[in-house]
Design a protein around this ligand. Structure first.
Ligand SMILES: [Ca+2]
Ligand SMILES: [Ca+2]
Ligand SMILES: [Ca+2]
Length: 369
């Protein structure tokens, strides 16, 4: 009986402390940022109320309810509040009353105000919280919700339930779960069965090609898509009203359009210099996101490089060396041997086309592992 009580307490303590790491040795804001980076982590971004609760429970469980804490965020030269990559902080900004009041250029959780946000001098030393880096811009939300409420929460935070679109996103999702101690927890991802019985994303794009269903699934046990912990987080259909933690990701997959024309290999190198790769067009979802980005950036009539080239054996491969299979939106009659690099051909609605690698074009970069 005692053992049961002890193990229950242990589990509760672990869950409050997992995912984020608290470092009690006081440092300046910039030293705290560097210290997180040296650990392969990042100073925690307090980007939504779910994360805020997780940070507060970590502080509380370590007896730091009365201690000011550094988090990610500072005021840049233009006076804007940005993260360590100079990206504007999102809409979730739980400033204390009357803050920011110009008393400093770095962002702390102010213990005196219940750990609400406060601007304060960067050189003061404080404990800090680091978070794991999630290369695909994924966010774990710990509060269990129905799939519909989970999607609404993602959207309220400018994201969408993550679309598990290829093995690279799947790997990133699994490592996010593992790093946060959610290896044994079922979680919601994007996907549900529509009225015609097809599995589609929240935008109505068909889930196809990359479909890591557990053996025997989908078995009709529900119309929403979960990652099923008991089988290594393979896919499973399950009732939508069940409540689970969930993972949000960027609605644009983290793709970025770059307008200065380059050859395919120069574009590849440039994406890599940004910590990215040429965008992988691996599903109807990625294709429709890329096309709408091209339209909104004024590239609706421009040929665009994406990831893919023909290797020495004549196979079409991506920059990981994996053969492009299954989702292959070639223009009809393509590839016709006119080149060995993969473009989105504007003249045919940005379908795939093989074309000479040395021609210079704008391009789209995407996230990498
Ligand atoms: Ca202040
Ligand atoms: Ca099922
Ligand atoms: Ca061609």
């Amino acid at each position: 009986m005692n053992m049961l009580v002890i193990s229950t307490v242990f589990i509760v303590l672990c869950q409050t402390a997992l995912g984020l790491e608290l470092f009690q040795e006081a440092k300046s804001h910039s030293e705290a940022e560097k210290s997180c980076e040296a650990k392969g982590m990042v100073l925690v971004l307090d980007s939504n109320s779910d994360m805020h609760s997780a940070i507060l429970s970590l502080l509380s469980s370590n007896g730091l309810d009365s201690t000011d804490i550094w988090i990610n965020g500072h005021q840049n030269c233009q006076g804007n509040w940005v993260d360590n990559k100079n990206k504007a902080l999102g809409s979730y900004q739980p400033w204390a009353n009357g803050e920011p009041n110009g008393s400093g250029k770095c962002l702390q959780l102010w213990a005196g105000m219940g750990h609400a946000w406060d601007d304060t001098p960067c050189s003061v030393t404080k404990p800090y919280v680091c978070d794991f880096v999630s290369p695909f811009g994924l966010h774990l939300f710990r509060e269990a919700k129905s799939q519909g409420d989970a999607q609404a929460t993602c959207e309220a935070n400018g994201m969408t339930l993550v679309i598990d679109t290829n093995k690279h996103t799947h790997t990133a999702i699994l490592s996010l779960l593992e790093n946060n101690g959610y290896g044994d927890t079922d979680v919601w991802i994007n996907g549900n069965q529509d009225g015609s019985g097809n599995w589609v994303t929240s935008d109505g794009d068909e889930l196809m090609c990359y479909l890591p269903w557990q053996d025997g699934e989908p078995n009709g046990s529900g119309t929403c898509l979960q990652l099923w912990a008991a089988v290594g987080h393979a896919w499973d259909d399950t009732p939508c009203s069940d409540t689970k933690p969930f993972i949000c990701g960027p609605a644009d997959f983290g793709f970025k359009v770059f307008g200065s024309a380059k050859s395919h290999s120069e574009a590849t190198s440039f994406c890599e210099s940004q910590g990215m790769i040429l965008a992988l067009d691996s599903s109807p979802s990625t294709h429709s996101v890329i096309l709408s980005m091209l339209d909104s950036h004024g590239y609706g009539s421009t040929d665009i490089w994406i990831n893919g080239n023909q290797d020495d054996n004549g196979n079409w491969v991506d920059s990981y060396g994996d053969e492009l299979t299954c989702y292959l939106p070639w223009q009809s009659g393509e590839p016709n041997g006119s080149g060995s690099c993969l473009q989105l051909w504007a003249g045919v609605g940005h379908k795939w086309d093989d074309t000479p690698c040395t021609v210079t074009k704008p391009y789209v970069c995407g996230p990498t592992e």
